[in-house]
Design a protein around this ligand. Sequence first.
Ligand code: PLP
Length: 395
Amino acid sequence: MTEASSRLASRVKLKDAHLVTRMTDIAEGLPDVIKLGRGDPDLDTPAHIIKAGQEALANGATHYMHPLGMPALRRAIADNIAAYGGARYEPENIVVTPGGQHAMFVIALALLNPGDEILVPCPGYNPYHQAAEMAGAETVHIRTSMETNFCVTAEMVRAHITPRSKILVLINPNNPTGTVTPPAEVARIAEVAKEHDLIVISDEIYARLTYGNHTVQPVAALPGMFERTITLSGMSKAYAMTGWRIGYFAGPPDLIPALAEINHAFAISTTSVSQHAALAALTGPQDCVEDMRAIYDERRRVLCAGLTELGIPYAEPQGAFYVYADVSKTGIGATLFCERLLREGQVLMYPGGIYGDYTDDFVRMSLTQPVARIREAMTRMKAVVETIRAETRAA
Ligand code: PLP
């Protein structure tokens, strides 16, 4: 242990951050890298949203805002949640945050005591683990596999419950797997949550991005779930607004004041210009979301066809903008595979270990490049896979 790291609090775990930074550092030193790493859309924020932000700035939106968020924005969020089959929230039960990720830490710090357990799908979006650990709680990983297309089932949840279980996280569609938990399964999981008095964090940030006939059941709208569910979402994914840093959570009236207090302590309020832009996003024309969804859908098909041709199995991507593929049959683990693909083929993707995957078999590919670049990535990947397979055969 270095002197510097010995000064860090035991809550700070560096493993996940190290991997992303390491891959990014390698990519920085290489020419013409095709980046399928970060979950950051290459598509620009739609023009009318940018315009609303510019106008807001010109009109003086340069100050702190209401601690819970601009009232008109909270009203628009409430209407938007209800319009897509969610619960009917009052604006005072919604807190606007500088990104959905920030909300995870607010919620964990407000609700988890040391020793509490939080059940998180595995693989799943890793900041939930970090938020729980910072609150002194323990993460219980609900391990999923290709057998259920990485879907969490009610039985799996039940099998992980202990007297210390407090929160269940559902990420639907899931990152990194692209899994959409079927509505009937969500309803069954909700019954388990009620039986065991769990609070559910329902992360629905990718809910508008689903493919085929897959749809997301908002958890808070299910019978008896409103009072125990915190809905977490944001504008980053559906409206390509990652850089604006704006998201929100909505919950039952008895939890919101404490959560709002912690959010205020962290952020005072969310960036004013981003709130105005988010208002334009939610109240303006929605065809931009459908247009982007259709673009991801096409990329998804192209990438999956490429993987099939390469004989690389993958989970069916039903939502979000990721493809989760099993590279273990090449003969090397996913972490090494990613590094070799980056160095030898200049294609960046992330090993599943970043998302808590317990296997080192899977890689996550983001659909954040145009179709032509995805085809090129597949061509480069083919060459690297063939080299690795030849080495494996020779060994
Ligand atoms: N939830 C999930 C499942 C995500 O994948 C992400 C970002 O990748 C977030 C929440 C947080 O997004 P943001 O902080 O940009 O709102």
